[in-house]
Design a protein around this ligand. Structure first.
Ligand code: ADP
Length: 192
């Protein structure tokens, strides 16, 4: 599902953020990537959804060499990946429902389809009762669950989460990881 072949990444300076990294993650795996601050974890995640480009090496996602894909396929690649950030990145001037709907609105889905998918997603994360709230009026754990609902609403094959519990206490972190386990049980590959 995710294959790195001899990936190196250098930013503008000469230092290697990643130096000759090869990994293979199978479909349906639940993977934790660990390492000291500055080890290159975020860089590795960004290479998967092509926010950054490798200096050397090849990356295959679902057998597709993402170095070579044209713009149209890049769009499809990004649609197949749900991303969750440590700081949630929710829009504070939109309701919970609207935040989760955004990926579907961008794709031009019909209103009835959007409604069904958003309500399914909110139900999976246990937040249908918060759909009309704005993010600043719900707890941190709930905000992260909204971000997860937004990440899964478009039926991605892969979920990438960069320190998703970094802003949450231990109990809430356990709750979030249980949620990732439930999502993973549906066959979605997860890289944290
Ligand atoms: P981690 O997520 O493990 O903390 P990062 O991938 O964020 O590691 O960073 C790896 C290295 O790459 C660090 O030395 C960092 O300073 C450097 N780095 C990350 N992003 C950039 C960037 N946009 N420009 C230059 N250097 C960067």
């Amino acid at each position: 599902m995710i294959e790195f072949y001899h990936i190196s990444k250098q930013y503008v300076n000469d230092q290697f953020a990643l130096n000759d990294v090869s990994i293979s993650i199978e479909k349906g795996e639940f993977v934790f990537l660990t390492g000291a601050s500055g080890a290159g974890k975020t860089t590795l995640l960004k290479l998967i959804f092509k926010e950054e480009h490798p200096t050397r090496g090849q990356i295959l996602i679902d057998s597709l060499n993402i170095n070579l894909i044209p713009r149209k396929q890049l769009y499809e690649l990004r649609r197949s990946i749900g991303i969750v950030f440590q700081d949630f990145k929710l829009l504070d001037n939109r309701t919970v429902y609207e935040n989760v709907a955004i990926p579907l609105i961008v794709r031009g889905e019909k209103k009835s389809v959007i409604d069904k998918k958003v309500m399914n997603s909110l139900s999976l994360v246990g937040l249908t009762h918060r759909k009309n709230y704005i993010p600043t009026h719900i707890s941190g754990g709930e905000q992260q669950r909204v971000a997860i609902a937004r990440a899964i609403v478009g039926n991605p094959k892969i979920i990438i989460a960069d320190e998703p519990t970094g802003n949450l206490d231990t109990d809430l972190s356990i709750e979030i990881f249980k949620l990732f386990e439930r999502i993973n049980a549906n066959g979605i590959t997860i890289l944290i």
